[in-house]
Write a protein that binds this ligand. Structure first.
Ligand code: PLP
Length: 369
């Protein structure tokens, strides 16, 4: 009855995690993107002040929350003039991603498009409603019966950042097909290299969407930039009538974000300082791991934003996963994110400084550096 989805992919990593645990220094788990740094005190204090919540929360979001999102988009994302009725909170963004096709009424015969290398929840959303998933990064190749197309920048797992022209091509094609374009942007504050000081474009940016938000939805999360994964704090912003319809469906089905989480998101969105601190930590970790990974012999692809290094030794991904397990390091095979075989693995930067330094040391020691 409950077998519409395969076993959770991370189960396949258990033998490699067990092997890694045999390393004299213990296992270093770089296989998940779950933040490890403390939730910033400005956020913890906001939660303490928000604990009185006897009534049900607003499914569409409190006015304070919606204003904070509108202000944040203007201040941080180059998107001015949003209206609060274009905003709704979600219970983390994985929830919305996984249920959106069903909420849209999609089913057999409909296509959901995802990037060629993609975060795991897009395919889950298609599977839950019986729609077909097509993994295709090139908008020109999206099929005629596409009803929902996902783009993801910076991407998980590959750290690919889409520029204005690439995003605009996706918007234009989705509009041509009459499909909803959903843009998953949760790493947008975490750009590296040429993107470190550049604005990573949102789908709502007027240069991308021509100033109209018709048929588009931006999905955002505070899990990563604010170390709030445990709060399930996220939101979606887009065409007002779409948001209205979604909020109605979500109200009927109990998909409402806890009131304390909504209040805390206001504090998090209003404070840029803690995001800058988190970014600096990840920048340093990325530097340390990147150097070691490259010296070991990995080739990197993309990896220009977000919390992952997408790397290959030019061999089957599971051979690399096994090789890393011998060093006591757990990484994810690219097969979790692609259809068919892959020669890539994903290293996550969400580990403590000490663990990142130790992983880098093990990689360097392995090649006698
Ligand atoms: C691309 C992408 N989207 C969405 C999510 C889900 O984040 P959350 O459900 O914590 O908001 C993740 C988490 O790893 C992700 O990598």
């Amino acid at each position: 009855m409950f077998d519409r989805l395969p076993e959770y992919p991370w189960e396949q990593l258990k033998p490699y995690a067990a092997k890694a645990a045999l390393h004299a220094g213990g296992a270093i788990d770089l296989s998940v993107g779950s933040p490890v740094d403390p939730t910033p005190s400005v956020i913890q204090e906001a939660l303490e002040a928000s604990s009185n919540a006897p009534g049900y929360p607003s499914t569409g979001g409190s006015p304070e929350f919606k204003h904070a999102v509108v202000d944040w988009f203007a201040r941080r994302r180059g998107v001015e003039g949003l209206s609060p009725n274009q905003v709704m909170p979600t219970i983390g963004s994985k929830e919305l991603i996984s249920w959106l096709p069903l909420l849209m009424g999609l089913g057999p015969g409909d296509v959901v498009v995802q990037p060629t290398v993609a975060y795991t929840a897009y395919v889950v959303g298609a599977a839950l409603c019986g729609a077909q998933i097509v993994s295709e990064a090139d908008p020109a190749k999206w099929p005629a019966n596409t009803k929902l197309a996902w783009i993801n920048s910076p991407g998980n797992p590959d750290g690919r950042v889409l520029g204005v022209a690439e995003m605009k091509a996706a918007v234009d094609r989705a509009r041509e097909l009459g499909a909803l374009l959903a843009s998953d942007e949760c790493y947008a504050e975490l750009g590296w290299d040429e993107w470190e000081h550049e604005l990573i474009p949102s789908v709502l940016d007027p240069r991308v969407c021509g100033g109209s938000h018709d048929g588009i939805l931006a999905v955002y999360s505070l899990s990563k930039q604010s170390n709030m994964a445990g709060y399930r704090a996220a939101f979606a912003v887009g065409e007002a009538s779409l948001i209205k319809g979604l909020v109605n469906l979500r109200m009927h089905s109990g998909l409402n974000t806890p009131a304390p989480t909504q209040r805390v998101m206001v504090a998090a969105l209003n404070d840029d300082e803690h995001v800058a601190v988190a970014k600096e930590l990840y920048r340093e970790r990325r530097q340390v791991l990147l150097e070691a990974v490259k010296s070991y012999g990995f080739e990197l692809a993309d990896s220009k934003g977000g919390l992952y290094l997408w790397a290959t030794l030019g061999e089957d991904a599971f051979a690399t996963v096994d090789r890393m397990a011998d060093l006591g390091i757990v990484v994810v095979p690219g097969t979790f994110y692609t259809e068919g075989p892959s020669e890539y693995v994903r290293f996550s930067l969400t580990a403590t400084d000490a663990h990142i330094a130790e992983a880098a040391k093990r990689l360097s020691d392995a090649i006698g550096l």
